[in-house]
Design a protein around this ligand. Structure first.
Ligand code: NI
Length: 200
């Protein structure tokens, strides 16, 4: 009798434990919840580059404004133009609020994308689009900070004989330079504009 009671009690305890495991969030989930949503971004960070007018700029020059940051290069045949187009169209769609956002193209091809080259390229997408380049080391540091993959590869179709494989991500960073969200060249203009409207 006592054994049976003990068995029932044990079963109940085990079942209770099982239910608790299923219902209660696991340690990992709790950790995620405990993280503040405004915590230090895993993406982004300091950069030191040169803009399309030849002026040295750092990430700190953009504090107080949101940034839409896209990594690409001016000789890119299709993906980069798409990314820059949706980025620009989303800003146009936002209207006057868009003034709080600085759209930025950081080149992955500093060899060809000189400030002069960027100056002739960026205005065709948006009048405020900032083009940034720098030394190979400066660009490598920016790529690393934003976790962007970019690799020079042979391309017989290109007149230069090479092109770049690269990540096509548009990063939205807040006024302190922290990561907020990301999109791709395939994200709809409406979606980007909506997300911007939420945070501005
Ligand atoms: Ni591209």
């Amino acid at each position: 009798m006592n054994f049976r009671l003990a068995a029932i009690a044990l079963t109940a305890t085990l079942l209770g434990g099982l239910v608790a495991l299923v219902v209660l969030p696991g340690p990992r989930e709790q950790v995620t919840r405990a993280l503040p949503s405004t915590g230090k971004a895993l993406v982004g960070g300091p950069f030191s580059l040169v803009d399309q007018t030849g002026k040295a700029v750092t990430d700190k020059d953009f504090r107080g404004r949101f940034m839409l940051v896209y990594f690409g290069f001016t000789n890119c045949p299709d993906i980069c133009p798409s990314g820059l187009q949706v980025m620009s169209a989303a800003l146009d769609k936002l209207g006057p609020k868009a003034d709080q956002v600085t759209p930025i193209l950081i080149t992955v091809d500093p060899e060809r994308d000189t400030p002069q080259q960027l100056a002739s390229y960026v205005p065709s997408f948006h009048p405020r689009l900032v083009g940034l380049t720098g030394s190979p080391e400066q660009i490598a540091a920016a790529l690393k900070a934003y976790r962007v993959y970019a690799k020079k590869v042979e391309d017989p179709k290109s007149s230069a004989g090479f092109t770049y494989d690269h990540t096509s991500i548009i990063y939205l960073m807040d006024r302190e330079g922290n990561y907020v969200a990301h999109f791709t060249h395939a994200t709809s203009v409406d979606r980007i504009a909506e997300r911007l409207a939420q945070v501005l």
